[in-house]
Design a protein around this ligand. Structure first.
Ligand code: CDP
Length: 251
């Protein structure tokens, strides 16, 4: 018999906040959503804020090279990202001033302009508090480019997902075709290459792995393998789970 009472605090508790970053179509949204689902957590896709602001700027004719004008637009227009309000395949609902623009933010003109919008420090400053509020109650999986480095630097689990450019372009192509959208592989590939470059080279909050992130290369992995692995990491079992091929762990 143990000499002291066994308390429930000995049960493993998953990491309360999980930050998942990575380049375009590296699997962040599919995997982040599934991990959140398994753990009963909120799923928060920060890219939707940048996409919504881009969509709004295009509609209002605000210059995507003018950071101050974009930040002012963000300040005067409420952008909301919340759990799905309709069961039409969406992982989140995106609204600007109450208007549902969930599918509009996936349009090619948004893809083509979003990284230009997101590179402005004033835009990032205007959107960061909203992201932090989204994680304030814990039990959240937040996905993006700078979640582990800038938005939630204290997150107990940070994952950086990578995959080859060709695999990512193919995934995005398949996703668009499945949604019934017109898609051209070569132009998706070119857009992604350009977006990765802008995201990685920008001066503020560039796309990069946090020093304490676990990098997972999903190129040769199934979605379920990646999900299982991240859930195991979240349950605090990093030393029990075998590192996967292509995985680099911070010391
Ligand atoms: O779905 P996909 O991975 O293609 O992109 P996304 O996550 O929806 O993000 C769209 C764009 O928003 C990115 O290419 C970045 O330029 C920007 N973004 C960012 O700068 N910081 C974030 N935390 C999330 C997105």
């Amino acid at each position: 018999m143990p000499s002291h009472p066994i308390t429930t605090s000995m049960a493993p508790a998953p990491a309360a906040v999980i930050a998942i970053d990575g380049p375009a179509a590296s699997g962040k949204s599919t995997i982040g959503h599934a991990v959140a689902d398994r753990l009963g957590y909120l799923y928060y896709d920060s890219g939707l804020l940048y996409r919504a602001l881009t969509w709004l700027a295009l509609r209002e004719g605000v210059n995507v090279d003018d950071g101050d004008a974009l930040a002012a637009l963000a300040a005067r227009t409420p952008i909301t990202v919340r759990p799905p309000t309709r069961a039409d395949g969406r992982h989140s609902t995106v609204e600007v001033a109450g208007e549902d623009i969930t599918w509009d933010v996936r349009r090619p003109e948004v893809d083509a302009n979003v990284s230009n919008v997101a590179r402005h420090p004033a835009v990032r400053a205007a959107l960061i508090d909203q992201q932090r509020r989204g994680a304030a109650d814990g039990r959240v999986v937040m996905v993006g480019r700078d979640i582990g480095t800038v938005v939630l630097p204290d997150a107990p689990l940070k994952v950086f997902l990578v995959a080859s450019l060709e695999v990512r372009a193919r995934r995005r192509y398949d996703e668009m075709i499945a949604r019934g959208q017109p898609a051209d592989y070569q132009s998706i590939l070119a857009d992604m290459r350009r977006r990765d470059e802008i995201d990685s080279l920008r001066a503020v909050a560039p796309l990069k792995a946090a020093d304490d992130a676990v990098t997972v290369d999903t190129t040769g992995m199934s979605i379920d393998e990646v999900i299982d692995h991240i859930v195991a990491l979240a349950m605090g079992a990093p030393t029990e789970s075998r590192p996967l091929p292509g995985e680099v762990r911070a010391e």
